[in-house]
Design a protein around this ligand. Structure first.
Ligand code: WTA
Length: 665
């Protein structure tokens, strides 16, 4: 973010007080901050009572061996039981868990879909657990899930949780290559997928990518993947091999009786891969008790969730952490009714989301700034056609929300009535950490405001000293929290190095984000300070894309930067040096080929917006690429200070050569 944008932000002086009615009846009031400050552990113990434990814990937090935390030590519980069975046992079996809305239109011209009650969900999860167990999956075994946004995806996750088999959900937009590396890294013996899903009005295949991924895995570690369980969604033609099993064969005939076993509070629940600063994605490990407490409490507090009356909709994909914490674990633990939508916002028309809000009478809505900026571009006439009066609270996540988008969201979607909660958190934190409380906080557009009760964050300088109000620095989390990542799958050293070494003396968790405290001490998140980009709220590693580019035979060297983009927040811009004497496509055609190559290696989300073929890259004398200068070029800015460059004429060369090689779609 440029200095100018930043200072504009900090002069933002609009305030939105909580609506009086909401404040009067809020789930969490101002005293929660005080209570948590006075005794953080007993505060979290109280929140843990939201769950059903087969055995209570003897100790709230074991932080004797930092940075390895244990929460609710000695406690035992089953996550799926907490998300499903207990609601049925409490007499709420007929309550709708999901209004599933498919992307295709049904025969009656309305969206295809169905309602799934908690009782039905319990049966489905139990059947799937029996079927998966029959395939040889036991507690501790890993299962990879690569699915469209259909109810079976959530059933699959919960069935794994029920068996104590950690899942790793891989976003359906990732490539076969990305899927295979994740299967290998966590050693998954079962892959759950579908023939395909519906996206943008067409059936989009998934199974071929799984076949390719499993073949790659087979070449590296024969016999690792024992079975692939396939949901029939689109009816597309699929290749079916010996290890493939149809979901409708295995699950539909399985018994709906399944006894959930209680697992240790620290039993692994899932691994979620996320981009880091090196080429290799990090497997973030979340465990059961603390994670579920954190997800459930924050969902209750930040969304002021009233499970009896609210209809909640989070538009994230279950392939990301937001889908894990705020579609599956938090909301289901809280017994809410929610919307699950398979498709894209513009299919079959650009008002699709608002039509769903109107039809399902959605009250709580959670999405990303990128989506909001896209709707702003399409114009308010579209949402204005629908009755959005059911909405009472709006949430934002994934990237900084600029005040303009915040105001548009609040006024056009929220009819100037609804609070907007800007929620900062990460795959690693597992739960929302910094956010307004809708019944307490007078929010400022663009600020995530303050850490939630029970959460401690600060902004510090390079030495780890807290900065004063009005100053900026690095965001740190200063105390352990229940949903914190426990380690990186199979790599304790990288876990310590990545998050805990920078401020080892203080024992702070380094989040990798820049932040500023305003004059009131409220927090403004400013984006990543490492080589991680945030494109449409998705984390992408510059190094990972660079590695993908240099794996193409024509590319000798590559540098990638995230450049500011009006809609997606940041966009991937790549600079490549070609190998000498290569032959094949040239110019635009080559650029397209390279973009396609990145999509094949990582996934379509990583496709560079722009690839510029250059003769040289700006490097320091020690050989480090100066991405700052490349960012200047990519953002069409005056190139900054070049005095530390080994060869100061390089930037002129790049600027001159930029007439060719731009690609946008
Ligand atoms: C960014 C998504 C500003 C941040 C839940 C963080 C945000 C990264 C916000 C985590 C926000 C997320 N304001 N920035 N409200 N929320 N971020 O792991 O850079 O996909 O470190 O988790 O997104 O992305 P992740």
């Amino acid at each position: 973010m440029s200095e100018e944008t930043l200072s504009n932000l900090l002069h933002e002086n609009r305030r939105f007080e909580p609506p009086a009615e909401l404040a009067a009846d809020a789930n969490v009031k101002a005293d929660a901050y005080e209570q948590a400050r006075a005794d953080r552990e007993s505060f979290w113990a109280e929140q843990a009572n939201r769950l059903d434990w087969a055995q209570t814990w003897d100790r709230v937090l074991d932080w004797d061996n930092p940075p390895f935390a244990k929460w609710f030590v000695g406690g035992r519980l089953n996550a799926a039981y907490n998300c499903v069975d207990r609601h049925v046992e409490a007499g709420r079996g007929d309550k709708v868990a999901f209004h599933f809305v498919g992307e295709p239109e049904g025969t009656d011209g309305k969206a295809e879909g169905r309602d799934i009650t908690y009782a039905q969900l319990k049966d489905e999860v139990s059947k799937a657990a029996n079927a998966i167990a029959a395939l040889g999956v036991a507690a501790g075994d890993r299962v990879a899930i690569y699915m469209p946004m259909i109810p079976e995806a959530i059933v699959a996750m919960l069935a794994c949780a029920r068996l104590g088999a950690p899942h790793t959900v891989v976003f359906g937009g990732f490539s076969a290559e990305a899927l295979s590396s994740r299967i290998l890294d966590c050693g998954a013996k079962l892959v759950i997928t579908a023939d395909g899903g519906y996206r943008r009005g067409a059936a989009s295949a998934l199974k071929p990518a799984v076949d390719e991924a499993v073949a790659k895995v087979e070449a590296e570690q024969a016999g690792l993947v024992e079975n692939v369980l396939v949901v029939r969604r689109t009816g597309q033609e699929v290749a079916f091999g010996d290890r493939d099993v149809w979901w409708h064969d295995a699950v539909d005939s399985a018994s709906a009786e399944h006894e959930p076993e209680a697992f240790d509070s620290e039993h692994p629940l899932y691994v979620m891969y996320t981009s880091g600063t090196t080429g290799k994605p990090k497997g973030i490990l979340h465990t059961t008790g603390g994670y579920l407490v954190g997800a459930s409490y924050t969902h209750h507090a930040v969304f002021d969730l009233k499970p009896e009356t609210d209809v909640y909709w989070c538009t994230a994909d279950i392939g990301w952490v937001t889908g894990h914490s705020y579609i599956v674990y938090g909301p289901l633990a809280n017994g809410v009714t929610q919307v699950l939508y398979e498709g894209t916002p513009d299919t079959p028309h650009k008002g699709r989301w608002w039509e769903i809000v109107q039809d399902k009478k959605v009250t709580l809505f959670y999405t990303a700034p990128t989506a909001i900026r896209t709707f702003m571009k399409w114009g308010r006439e579209i949402p204005d056609k629908f009755d959005l009066s059911s909405l009472r609270l709006l949430g934002s996540v994934g990237e900084p929300i600029n005040p303009e988008a915040y105001i548009w969201y609040r006024s056009v979607i929220g009819g100037d009535r609804t609070p907007v909660v800007d929620t900062w958190w990460q795959t690693e934190t597992g739960m929302i950490m910094i956010s307004p409380l809708p019944g307490v906080t007078a929010s400022k557009p663009g600020s995530a405001m303050t850490p939630l009760p029970g959460v401690s964050a600060d902004v510090v300088d390079l030495e780890g000293k807290p900065v004063g109000n009005g100053a900026g620095g690095y965001l740190v989390l200063t105390e352990p929290w229940p949903a914190m990542l426990r380690t990186l799958w199979g790599d304790d050293e990288r876990f310590k190095e990545t998050y805990w070494s920078r401020y080892a003396a203080q024992g702070f968790y380094f989040a990798g984000d820049g932040a500023k405290k305003d004059e009131d001490g409220d927090l403004w998140l400013l984006g990543r300070v490492d080589d991680v980009m945030n494109v449409s709220g998705h984390r992408l590693s510059t190094t990972e894309i660079e590695s993908a580019l240099v794996s193409h035979p024509r590319v000798a060297e590559a540098a990638v930067v995230g450049a500011a983009d009006e809609t997606t927040g940041q966009a991937v811009c790549a600079f490549v040096i070609l190998r000498e004497g290569g032959s094949g496509a040239e110019g635009d055609e080559l650029v397209q080929e390279l973009r396609g190559h990145v999509a094949k290696e990582i996934g379509a989300i990583a496709k560079p917006r722009q690839i510029m073929v250059v003769a040289e890259l700006p490097k320091t004398r020690s050989g480090k690429i100066m991405r700052r200068l490349l960012r200047d070029v990519a953002e069409n800015r005056q190139v900054g200070d070049v005095t530390t460059l080994a060869d100061s004429t390089v930037m002129d060369l790049i600027a001159k050569g930029l007439s060719s090689g731009k690609a946008e779609d």
